[in-house]
Design a protein around this ligand. Structure first.
Ligand code: GLP
Length: 243
């Protein structure tokens, strides 16, 4: 694992944008998994800024979502698809053509998960999976207890995660109980992984992920076994790593 500690959120976002710009320069048809949440917002804003200035071009890239709430259609403002459209795709000079949304609102979710894995394979696999981390150590929506051999599937969200994600919904009870998520195997199959971590509320999860033993109880700890992981963390998030 390569750990890069940045002084603050702004530096983290710029450093992540530099990384993606380099990857895209080396492979214009890059296959990316894009996370949601508060953490990557600065990265998306910077990538959009660079795309508008024609410094970076996403027109040949392919995109996947690591996870999505069950029951929320793409046009539901709390869906991750809506978030990605609003904060990234719709702001690019041209809305990219190869966007694969994870259909959490479909009836047959087992089929959705199988088809999604197939679509990733057909695209040549993920080149870069960009990820955030939950305070309980989840990556995508692989909650504690997720098997290291887990594949794309439906998962029950923990109360802790539903509470952490409740702001947009107004109240925790409005947050869906289930989600579809790529499994740890799907994530580990990515050629490179970029994990973004910001804020002191993530310090414990990051320390366990990086220094703790690899365990399903801390799903992010599985990243220790991936050969090409870059973790970008701001000072607050990395405060427990050296202690
Ligand atoms: C959410 C998403 C994850 C995300 C994580 C961190 O629940 N399912 O994909 O990485 O939690 O979110 P945030 O950046 O808002 O802390």
């Amino acid at each position: 694992m390569k750990l890069i500690i940045l002084k603050d959120y702004q530096s983290l976002s710029l450093c992540a944008a530099d990384f993606i710009q380099q990857q895209l320069a080396a492979k214009p048809n890059l296959v990316l998994a894009l996370p949601t949440g508060a953490t990557p917002l600065g990265l998306y804003a910077e990538l959009v800024r660079r795309a508008q200035k024609k410094q970076i071009d996403f027109s040949r890239a392919t995109f996947f979502q690591p996870d999505e709430y069950v029951g929320l259609a793409q046009n539901n403002k709390n869906s991750f698809a809506f978030y990605l459209k609003k904060n990234f795709f719709a702001q690019l000079p041209i809305f990219p053509t190869k966007v694969n949304f994870f259909s959490g609102a479909a009836k047959d979710l087992a089929k959705v998960c199988l088809d999604y894995e197939k679509a990733i394979a057909q695209a040549g696999g993920l080149d870069v999976a960009i990820l955030g981390i939950g305070q309980n150590g989840h990556i995508a929506f692989n909650e504690p207890g997720s098997a290291l051999a887990s594949r794309a599937r439906v998962i029950d969200l923990t109360m802790e995660t539903r509470r952490a994600n409740s702001t947009a919904f107004g109240k925790t009870s409005a947050v869906p109980h289930r989600a579809v998520t790529l499994g740890l195997v799907d994530i580990m199959s990515a050629k490179k992984i970029l994990l973004l971590v910001s804020g002191e509320q993530k310090a414990q999860a990051l320390a366990k992920a990086v220094k703790g033993k690899v365990s399903p109880q801390v799903p992010a700890s599985v990243l220790q076994s991936h050969p090409r992981v870059v973790i970008m963390a701001d000072r607050l998030a990395s405060s427990l790593i050296n202690s």
